[in-house]
Design a protein around this ligand. Structure first.
Ligand SMILES: NC(=O)c1ccc[n+]([C@@H]2O[C@H](COP(=O)([O-])OP(=O)(O)OC[C@H]3O[C@@H](n4cnc5c(N)ncnc54)[C@H](OP(=O)(O)O)[C@@H]3O)[C@@H](O)[C@H]2O)c1
Length: 255
């Protein structure tokens, strides 16, 4: 799809992959609106990219979603809804059988899964009215294979991945022309992964892959190791499981 001249709403766009995408979309000639919970982060993003529009909005809250829709309508609407906001509740000190663990899992589902469905539902009429429109849902390499140390996060991304495939097929069957993309990042160097020492790609490389996929209408966009990992997971699921869950992580689970 063509990004030039489009208006793109990026949830959680003030930092990380979303902010890098905002920069590149602007450079291509798109109009960009970003959201986030933290006003100071939004202000800093606006200072660096004066032409972006910032809206404080929590992707996990119903009231914020409705208010966001109303504000975006006043601004003239959007062509692309890029669901980027996501949370990973640090799980290492949360033994499975405790209330904190459940609380973290519920929050991840609220933002990573239910929040995306809610925004897609309320923006779909607007997107349908556009000449060329799309939704981008951000899952993860961990949606393919469970990560024992991020069990509830990877489950929330698997739920989102299944929903995304269903949404795409449902819209195709009813003849909708809204394109549904799934973005599957590998490990990317951002705030979210700051405490991880494993191999990471930069957010620049990540966004290059995203833009390449969008421009070629590749509805499932795998970037970096997500490509080879998809192959390994399909044909050698045991090996894939061990790649995501190396032996040294077992010790973390015992602590
Ligand atoms: N980094 C990776 O290795 C990796 C791998 C696979 C998938 N992903 C996915 O890629 C997406 C972006 O990740 P990232 O690494 O860029 O994360 P990040 O560095 O933690 O940035 C996330 C951004 O989302 C915003 N955000 C978080 N919760 C929000 C909410 N409820 N409502 C609105 N904004 C919210 C944050 O700003 P505020 O705090 O101001 O709200 C922040 O700007 C996420 O969906 C993540 O799950 C990342």
């Amino acid at each position: 799809m063509n990004l030039k001249g489009k208006t793109i709403l990026i949830t959680g766009g003030a930092s990380g992959i979303g902010f890098e995408a905002a920069k590149k979309f602007l450079a291509i000639g798109a109009k960009v609106i970003i959201t986030g919970r933290n006003q100071a982060k939004l202000d800093a993003a606006k200072k660096e990219l004066p032409s972006i529009i910032t809206i404080q909005s929590d992707a996990g809250k119903e009231a914020d979603a409705q208010a966001l829709l109303n504000t975006v309508k006043v601004l003239g609407g959007i062509d692309i809804l890029y669901n980027n906001a996501g949370v990973l509740v640090p799980p290492l000190n949360l033994g499975i059988p405790n209330a904190k663990h459940l609380e973290g899992a519920a929050y991840e589902m609220e933002v990573n899964y239910l929040g995306v469905i809610r925004l897609n539902n309320i923006f779909l009429d607007m997107l349908t009215s556009r000449n060329e429109a799309a939704i981008i849902n951000t899952t993860s390499i961990l949606s393919m294979t469970p990560s024992l140390i991020e069990a509830t996060y990877s489950s929330s991304k698997t739920a989102l991945a299944f929903y995304t495939v269903s949404l795409r097929e449902h819209l195709r069957i009813i003849g909708s022309k809204v394109k549904i993309f799934e973005l599957i990042p590998p490990l990317v160097a951002t705030e979210m992964t700051a405490d991880r020492n494993d191999k990471k790609i930069s957010s620049q490389e990540m966004v290059k892959g995203l833009i390449n996929g969008l421009s070629k209408n590749h509805y499932t966009i795998r970037v970096g190791d997500s490509k080879i990992f998809n192959f390994i997971n399909r044909f050698f699921p045991g090996i894939a499981f061990n790649i995501i869950n190396p032996k040294q992580n077992h010790q973390l689970l015992k602590n």
